[in-house]
Design a protein. Structure first.
Length: 191
């Protein structure tokens, strides 16, 4: 058993935190990278690595900043795990990286893109920022399934012995340029 300490939802143009509107876009056409930068600015976080991240990592990072709130980011957390899901893995970055290697006459692999060609990099970015030393996992599913998310959180608590679990769906659609994030911060124990 576990209880949800906090949760957020990020969709194009809107951020909800614990059911309340945290940020809403000004009605201009949605541009994913501009929107993520606006959320970052609103958070007033000083984290230089943010600007090097791909969109998937930025999305997960921003949602984690919101749901973790005032969690101590300096102490190691061996009792905290991370489990994320999405549909398209790291496809947005994979496509960008592919463009840097496809021309045989102008072959220049991009190291800054290559590092993000694994979807679990987002869990690593969050773990580094928050000194989370517990279990981490990233699963790719055809669609959001709350039962899979719930089962993964329960397994992290019951099998891996985590006291806290940061869990969510972090999807960046490479074809439409849109996003969807549903993140929760859970604590083991009775409801």
């Amino acid at each position: 058993m576990y209880r949800i300490k906090s949760y957020c939802r990020i969709v194009p143009g809107r951020v909800l935190l614990n059911g309340e509107t945290y940020l809403e876009a000004d009605g201009k056409p949605f541009v994913m990278h501009d929107f993520l930068s606006a959320v970052y600015a609103r958070l007033r976080v000083e984290y230089r690595r943010f600007y090097k991240m791909d969109a998937l990592s930025k999305l997960g990072f921003l949602a984690s900043e919101l749901v973790l709130g005032d969690v101590d980011r300096t102490s190691p957390k061996e009792d905290t795990g991370i489990v994320f899901f999405n549909r398209s893995a790291s496809l947005e970055t994979d496509r960008r990286y592919q463009r840097t290697v496809q021309d045989k006459n102008n072959f220049y692999p991009s190291p800054s893109d290559f590092v993000y060609t694994l979807p679990n990099i987002v869990t690593g970015e969050i773990a580094i920022r928050n000194r989370i030393h517990g279990e981490t996992a990233f699963y790719v599913l055809p669609a959001f399934r709350s039962d899979s998310l719930r089962a993964a959180v329960e397994d992290m608590i019951r099998i891996a012995g985590m006291r806290y679990v940061l869990a969510g769906w972090t999807e960046v659609d490479a074809f439409s340029g849109t996003l969807d994030c549903r993140m929760t911060f859970c604590e083991a124990g009775r409801l």
